[in-house]
Write a protein that binds this ligand. Structure first.
Ligand SMILES: [Zn+2]
Length: 164
């Protein structure tokens, strides 16, 4: 059974490469190569640059520079004194290969690489779609939750005063 499964996956991989018709490299971790090809030496699929190390998912907040984008994402930071988490934002500059060409508002996977310039040591590897398509529901839900908490707090105080 195990042997059969292995042969199936190999066949699928071959078919995928033939259909796209591009000599894109397999960079690992299940990252799908873009349908377009490019001649950028800093592209992990069509160039010489290798990706290794850490992988993140973030939103493109700026893509005006040539072959460069700004990606940011939120992370939770634990404050031991208060026993709670606070939201912190990571914002980094990443390489935006011409074959991927991610636009503002798109959610992307980025992978670490050798330092490409003074500020860039990550490359956009995969586009996952736009922010509205994936997180549209969450974004609208968050502000409503905050409003509810604010409304509840003064009500409780009022009740306590009445009881006294
Ligand atoms: Zn490329």
């Amino acid at each position: 059974m195990k042997l059969e499964k292995k042969t199936e996956t190999k066949e699928k991989a071959k078919k995928g490469a033939e259909a796209k018709g591009s000599p894109a490299k397999n960079i690992g971790l299940g990252m799908v190569a873009p349908s377009e090809s490019c001649s950028d030496s800093k592209c992990p699929f069509h160039g010489d640059t290798k990706v290794r190390g850490r992988t993140f998912t973030g939103i493109v907040t700026r893509s005006k520079s040539q072959k460069t984008a700004t990606v940011s994402w939120e992370r939770m930071y634990y404050l031991p004194k208060y026993g709670r988490y606070e939201r912190r934002k990571t914002k980094i500059q990443v390489h935006n290969p011409p074959c991927i060409n991610a636009a503002e508002g798109e959610i992307v996977n980025i992978m670490e690489c050798r330092p490409l310039s003074k500020t860039k040591h990550f490359i956009i590897v995969q586009k996952l779609g736009k922010k509205e398509e994936i997180r549209g529901e969450d974004a609208t839900a968050r502000p409503e939750e905050k409003k509810d908490h604010r409304k509840e707090e003064p009500k409780k105080e009022g009740k306590e005063k009445k009881n006294e």
